[in-house]
Design a protein around this ligand. Sequence first.
Ligand code: FAD
Length: 316
Amino acid sequence: MIDPYLHIIKNFPETVQNQPLAPFTTMGIGGPADLYFKLTDTAQLPYLAEAAQEHKIPTVILAGGSNMVFADEGFRGLVIHVASRHIAMDNEDIIVADAGTLLSQVIQFALKNSLTGIEKMTALPGTIGGAVRGNAGAFGIETKDIFSHALLYSPTRGLREEQKPYFNFDYRHSTIKTSDDIILKVWLKLKRATPEIAKKALQESLDIVKNRISKQPKGKCSGSFFKNPIPPDYSNPQKPEAKAAYLLEQSGCKDLQVGDAKVSPLHANWIMNLGHATQKDVLTLADQMKALVKQKFDITLEKEVQFISTTGPLKP
Ligand SMILES: Cc1cc2nc3c(=O)[nH]c(=O)nc-3n(C[C@H](O)[C@H](O)[C@H](O)COP(=O)(O)OP(=O)(O)OC[C@H]3O[C@@H](n4cnc5c(N)ncnc54)[C@H](O)[C@@H]3O)c2cc1C
């Protein structure tokens, strides 16, 4: 039998073999992918994904890599790096962006076109596709608040547009997490503003970035590691127990370290890679943190960060 990888390499010559994955993630962890394809044109995706499925090659989607930790042994299959970044106006208040467009680019483009509503998400790393999948949010705004619809591809359902209800958005959740859908393009509905208001929004967003960067831990990490056990209620003051960081701190997690994976002394819900942390170090540390919170509060924390084993995604 012909090696299934050869079909991909032959038909998609830009495919790279044995590509280390660590440099593509903010956590900086992950060995080589057998096959790696940087997708800069969304039109190629259906052909590539179909070929991988036909030859039974496990496939994983990587985007901004700000919420992913790969195995130290890498991935035995194809990693598709969604890096298509075309962005345009679709209507007077609607932007259409390729899934690989960085959130920071979307925000800049919106403000340049006097559209507001997304600027509070400034400083949130990653792509718009990744943000839709996890309904990423910051400062009371979630991706769902500005989302209109998206172009999806799945090996089982093909290429199609889906409207907002399909996504079942919830706190750090969308249908994409439990389906085989790949997001290709996203339409965002924003608010038209005067140039003065847009300028003010831009200034506010820059202030947010400065403020946030000055407070958050610095180094290799994936931001908040566990989901908050109670989704935030932006209209009411939150009980401290609603926050994973509070529970972790109260459970004594700030002192924990396994190998080069360490809980940040500044934020108990951030795991830092001090240099050479392995996926195993991070998983072991996360298990210890979970166990301490369970013991003290009888609450089971769920990971927000997506771990990928050598064969595919691990459960949260
Ligand atoms: C310093 C720091 C601060 C952060 N702060 C916040 C915060 O305030 N709020 C917040 O919500 N998050 C935060 N995060 C987490 C992260 O920024 C978000 O989860 C982000 O939306 C992930 O996007 P990404 O493009 O990096 O996705 P990746 O990390 O590349 O992928 C994450 C998951 O989404 C899947 N995926 C990505 N793109 C697609 C696609 N096109 N189609 C289908 N599946 C896809 C991947 O397979 C993977 O399972 C932070 C992270 C860091 C490092």
